[in-house]
Design a protein around this ligand. Structure first.
Ligand code: HEM
Length: 477
């Protein structure tokens, strides 16, 4: 189904940080840098130094790109007035490692924040540095090292990332196929309402799916005497600090690649059966082709396919299990809690996110072919995904998916299952979440005792401001 949308607002691309509209695939080398300041004034001076380097969405850089985002403790450290600090959303203020938020997110047991490498102690800001090659990245790093030393800014973590062969993640599956399209970016064209969204779902200051402005932080007019910020569209007496920004969710997820494939092999038998089982868990074959379209074997001609649903094609999950990763994280047109296909579509659409993360660590096998991974001995290296998503509403988008779909053990009428790939699998006296159900005719198959294949190693919520807001913040008013 396609619909023609009338685009009311053009995106102010020169005021939007570039990651919101691109993935910087032409800049394959990157490092994610987590900093804390020691002196607020010096830290602001550091931010002012890097500001000219921050790449707006209007530019497509050929050699490097810089992006910046702040935690709530970071904004407090920069001495933003309380009236402004209070205007951010509750979940951002509390942070990902807050005990209540950890319960919502399912970050308990080995995922709990006291086990993390970073994120349980206050961090102030995040710099995302992308480069065309290692040499360029080293140049940027040397410049940043000098700046941080002169400004008393401490680099707490420098997380390397790198794109893997064939757009794959470490288990050997193609990733980054299903991407929401921002309607305002493509203009007045005919668009599929299931895959295209109003900008306000991902960028503050534009209308969202509720035909409202996304909730955004504000500044009382008196605190912006030079009118550096635009007026807030709903509250005329406030200035809009959120305009052209969003929230950035960051989770470092270690992937236990050897354990994953050993489990598949032991449970399924031979290599082909192991690959078929792993694909049932993901919902796509390693080449990306969706199980709903080609349930018995991959079809390379469908490896980019994203125009499928479950209501008509696979309601019972006989092709793509109801609990598969892609079906939990985006149930598309079939949610058992909704009465109609249309209601399911509308519900799923309100919980999308722009995924922008990248893998880290060496691949277990260079081309990430599952047959080769299955034959590769565990090398003991850490590898995983730096999961990053951009949203305007952390609670409605990321946390909702994580809580109600990824980790909910009764999702879709199941009983003891969590997402097989990223869910928290455990059993205690109250609950069991370590099963994976595969609908089959006449009797479904249920696997029990799934270990955790991914483990959280760090995480935080950030505010990813527009460029004008960044100028306002770095001048501190
Ligand atoms: C190490 C962790 C993860 C791995 C290995 C992983 C892997 C994958 C793969 C292979 C796909 C299919 C490719 C595609 O449709 O683009 C996918 C899709 C997706 N994943 Fe993940 N993922 C991980 C973490 C997460 C997390 C933390 C979330 C959010 C809670 C998430 C949300 C999604 C969404 C929304 C889709 C697209 C589903 C669709 O629209 O069909 N993933 N993931």
């Amino acid at each position: 189904m396609v619909t023609k949308y009338l685009i009311m607002n053009k995106l102010e691309k020169e005021d939007i940080q570039g990651l919101l509209v691109r993935g910087y695939g032409n800049l394959p080398t990157a490092r994610y840098l987590l900093y804390t300041g020691t002196d607020p004034g010096m830290t602001l001076a550091f931010i002012r130094e890097i500001l000219p380097k921050i790449t707006p969405a209007s530019e497509k850089p050929a050699s490097e790109a810089f992006q910046v985002a702040f935690t709530h403790p970071g904004l407090a450290f920069l001495q933003l007035p309380d009236a402004v600090l209070d205007s951010f959303s509750r979940e951002f203020k509390e942070g990902m490692n807050d005990i209540h938020r950890q319960l919502i997110l399912g970050d308990t047991g080995e995922h709990a924040s006291h086990h993390w490498n970073w994120g349980d102690e206050p961090l102030h800001f995040l710099l995302l540095v992308y480069a065309k090659d290692e040499q360029q990245l080293e140049k940027s790093m040397a410049w940043l090292d000098g700046l941080s030393q002169t400004h008393g800014v401490q680099l707490k973590q420098a997380l390397p990332t790198g794109l893997l062969y064939g757009q794959k993640e470490h288990f050997g599956f193609r990733d980054d196929i299903s991407r929401p399209i921002i309607r305002e970016l493509v203009g007045n064209t005919e668009l599929d309402p299931e895959t295209s969204f109003p900008a306000g779902e991902f960028i503050m200051g534009y209308k969202n799916l509720y035909d409202e402005f996304a909730p955004a932080p504000t500044v009382p007019q008196a605190l912006d005497p030079q009118n550096k910020l635009p007026p807030h569209p709903d509250y005329g007496e406030q200035r809009d600090l959120g305009k052209n920004g969003c929230y950035l969710v960051f989770r470092q997820m270690e992937q236990r690649v050897s354990d994953f494939w050993q489990y598949m092999k032991t449970t399924a038998g031979d290599a082909d059966a192991a690959i078929a089982l792993a694909s049932k868990m993901v919902g796509r074959w390693p080449d990306g082709s969706p199980l709903t379209r080609c349930p018995t074997q991959p079809d390379p001609s469908l490896s980019d396919a994203n125009d499928f649903g479950f209501w008509e094609e696979d309601k019972a999950g006989l092709k793509c299990p109801i609990g598969a990763h892609i079906r939990r994280t985006n149930p598309r047109d079939h949610l058992v809690t909704e009465r109609t296909q249309k209601d399911s579509r509308e519900m799923a659409a309100k919980h999308r996110m722009l995924r922008k993360g990248r893998p880290y660590g060496p691949p277990l096998s260079p081309e990430l072919d599952p047959h080769a991974i299955l034959q590769s001995p565990d090398d003991g290296s850490e590898r995983g995904l730096h999961f990053i998503c951009l949203v305007t509403d952390i609670r409605r988008q990321f946390e909702f998916v994580q809580n109600n779909w990824v980790n909910f053990h009764k999702f879709g009428g199941l009983e003891n299952d969590a997402d097989p790939i990223i869910g928290n699998h455990y059993q205690n006296e109250r609950r069991k979440t370590d099963s994976f159900s595969i609908p089959e005719y006449p009797v479904r198959k249920v696997l029990s005792g799934l270990p955790n294949f991914t483990v959280l190693k760090g995480g935080a919520y950030f505010f990813f401001p527009g460029i004008r807001a960044l100028h306002y913040l770095s001048a501190n008013g």
